[in-house]
Write a protein that binds this ligand. Sequence first.
Ligand SMILES: [Zn+2]
Length: 268
Amino acid sequence: MQFKIAEQGTITYLTIPQLEELGARLIFTTKKNGLSDISENALNLGLNTGDPIDRIRQNYSTLCSSLDIDSSRIVFSDQVHGCDIKHIGLKDLPSEDFINTRTLHAIDGISTNLSGIWLTTLYADCIPIFFYDFRQRAVAVSHAGWKGTALRIGEKTVDFMKKNYGSRPCDILCAIGPGLCRKHFEVQKDVFEQLQKLPYSQNFCVYEREVYSVDLKLANQETLLNCGILKENIVCSELCTFEEEELFFSYRRDKGKTGRMAGMISIL
Ligand SMILES: [Zn+2]
């Protein structure tokens, strides 16, 4: 399994072709070829980013038409840096205007075993974690900033899938998407200390030359391994959102004035 940059219609996005062969489609958008002014011709998909709502709407329309996504099947999370996970059923689908219909409150992880529903989360540096149980046919995506990582949202998502869909960790494929690398995630001591409580934190919490830094992708990978996900079933994107300015928005790099990429997964 590996992330690959793909193009379809006018959209440039990241995907994992092997997942598609196994029955799930993953999309992580880039900022290329949109209509937002937030940065030049950017595909901003963030709803509360100061960008006019019409631009966001047009960006979604381009995304959906290019990638054959039915917009009435898009369900957004409601990210608050918590660790609550919710099952998405047909009643959670937007009634008419998917952009203005938010059915979830304070939910950072969404999951379903129904096909054709697009679980959608938004990012500008935080880490997306995608899950696909190829045996029970269930998917999930969880938003892991440092808080979600410290709260072990990855493990909580796996527990959720076990309980709700009868998933076994050995059948779950996990993909950790683009986000900040360790070099670009310097933190304060209190944040560092919270992340140090995670399993094998010596591998991702580094204190060097009086600077605290954390590799959040690795932290999430260790958490997933610790709850029984197989090493060969985890893929991690090496791309750093801070560094890849052509491809990604970055909250840190753009000093808060930035757009959002969408991390989406669906059972085919
Ligand atoms: Zn970096």
